[in-house]
Design a protein around this ligand. Structure first.
Ligand code: ZN
Length: 314
């Protein structure tokens, strides 16, 4: 419904120029921007001025009246509503001019990447790691508005978001190659405005086992034994990918002698069988010996010399 200029100024259609002028002055006092700073007042003030400009000019008013008479007739033919029932004050009910709202688009959360180290045994058997990630969440107290109850939100210190630490247990499947990137969906930074969460990426670095070396799927291990074990033989414990194994060292084992263990090496996924482990013997001379031990070694030496001398004589 379009309001007439008479409606806007709230005067009768047959009002005199003076009546219109008086009413205009009255309205200006109410809606002048210096007096009333509301958005509605600004709109009304514009309309008042426009209406006064027409109705206080004899020629313009005459033209306006004749145009209106024609329009009114057309309007009445199409509707039962009487246009004059609308008053100037309906302006207040007019919906506010639509303000341009900043467009809010869903925002996807950022991805988080973390590195984890596992050793070869874990790579073969599969393992898991607990990962601590910190990510920012919308403050639950102020819902990201930064203010609560008219004051700066104390919970998030007015940031609108809060850093939350989360522990995530990541399952690392067996048989992973060095540098494999695992994706844990939705465990990255939080999405905003209905956007999806980012992902968590876990880069798995397979580090060398301190003791076990693997080459071409064969496991190598150097076992240090004492001189007397080498001479007398005995059982020694040897680490494997699958736990400790016991090897029986025969008497008079030489330095650098190798033993082959079967069914303790790298698992062949196709055959389901485990491979070999080669154990090389290192004879380790003790760093310190007691005088008694030295005496025994001397005795050994003397015995050995006698044996050699006897051989020479005969
Ligand atoms: Zn807050």
């Amino acid at each position: 419904m379009i309001k007439s200029y008479y409606d806007i100024l709230n005067v009768k259609e047959n009002a005199t120029k003076q009546e219109i002028k008086n009413q205009f002055k009255k309205l200006v006092k109410m809606y002048h921007p210096d007096v009333n700073s509301s958005l509605e007042a600004e709109e009304i003030f514009k309309e008042i001025n426009k209406a006064a400009e027409i109705l206080l000019d004899d020629l313009k008013r005459k033209n306006y009246d004749s145009l209106r008479a024609i329009n009114k007739n057309i309007y009445r033919k199409n509707s039962n509503i009487n246009a004059s029932e609308y008053s100037f004050y309906d302006l207040f009910k007019k919906p506010k001019k639509e303000e341009k709202k900043p467009e809010i688009k869903p925002q996807k959360g950022q991805d988080i990447t973390v590195n984890v180290e596992i050793d070869y045994t874990e790579a073969i058997l599969g393992t898991q790691r607990s990962i601590n990630i910190s990510r920012s969440s919308i403050c639950p107290k102020c819902q990201g508005h930064k203010f609560a109850n008219g004051q700066k939100c104390a919970y998030c210190d007015g940031l609108g978001e809060k850093t939350v630490n989360k522990k995530i247990t990541v399952k690392i499947p067996k048989g992973l190659k060095n540098g494999t990137k695992l994706r844990i969906k939705g465990e990255g930074q939080e999405g905003r405005f209905g956007g999806q969460n980012g992902n968590l990426y876990v880069v798995v670095n397979v580090i060398k086992n301190d003791e076990l070396n693997i080459k071409d799927d064969i496991v190598y291990y150097n076992a240090s034994i004492s001189p007397y074990t080498a001479v007398l033989g005995g059982n020694i414990n040897v680490p494997t990918l699958w736990g400790e194994a016991i090897i029986k060292i025969p008497p008079l084992t030489k330095a650098n002698q190798s033993f082959k263990l079967i069914d303790v090496g790298v698992l062949n996924e196709k055959t389901g069988k485990k491979g070999e482990q080669i154990v090389k013997i290192i004879i380790q001379i003790p760093k310190e010996l007691s005088s008694q031990e030295f005496a025994l070694y001397e005795k050994l030496r003397d015995l050995n010399m006698k044996k050699t001398n006897a051989k020479t004589i005969y």
